[in-house]
Design a binder for this molecule. Sequence first.
Ligand code: PAF
Length: 293
Amino acid sequence: MSSASDVVKTPLHVRTIDEVRQQIREWKQAGDRIAFVPTMGNLHAGHLSLIEAASKPDTRVVVSIFVNPMQFGEDEDFDKYPRTFDEDVDKLSKYGVDMVFSPVVSEIYPESIENATFVEVPKLSEILEGEHRPGFFKGVATVVNKLFNIVQPDVAVFGEKDYQQLLVIRQMVRDLSMPVEIQSVSIQREPDGLAMSSRNAYLDEENRILATAIQRGLKHLVEAIVAGENPTYEVGHACHELDEQGFVVDYIVVRRQQDLAVPEQGDKSLIVLAAARLGSVRLIDNIPFVLAD
Ligand code: PAF
């Protein structure tokens, strides 16, 4: 395995759970470690940074591409979520990925999704994203659990852009004693600061330029808090600024990095998180920071 190179190696493409299990068994018997990067496809440089982090000597890298219906709300974009399988495989071929698993929905949910067994991480799943996207983390935790059971990775890599998702998965792994190490990779940004996301493709030209205001707002918020300004006032100001530019702000908050609880006196490792809509496109971003003693 290596990072992007001129050597193109088409990954093994499998669609069934049996095929994955058989291949993984062979690799494990040969002494290889399994690193896993779950995705919903439409791969961009953010995903590729996860694959680079997964790529280590004696390690087979498995990428799943599965647009998971369980994590989409009724009025969300499941049907129109960009599906770009051929382009994705081209990108993965340059990263030496060993296997791409792209199951059909009935392979993952053989019965109706409504009646399927699920995994839910309490409390953490109910705040912020969970409050605005009911059922989202239930869908994420359930599919990631299933994918872990299928791929049986030693390590799985997730992006910090979906920071709350990362914490939900870490808690699930801890609570259920799953034998998987969870590794995370920091947000990849476009040259103008916009956090990379598959959903950026939905932005029209005007909104694509406007979208950078979220990251600027968060950066300013961090600088103000570090400089000792009043966080409540600064959050209000950041919301107002986005509002003025035509965003509908779902939340801008300052939380503790470890559990997304409201910070208490003495908490130093903090994170600002935002979710805001521009037209029909919902964007999220965050910046972790540490207060000096
Ligand atoms: O972050 C994502 O792309 C998805 O939520 C994940 C982790 C692949 C589960 O469907």
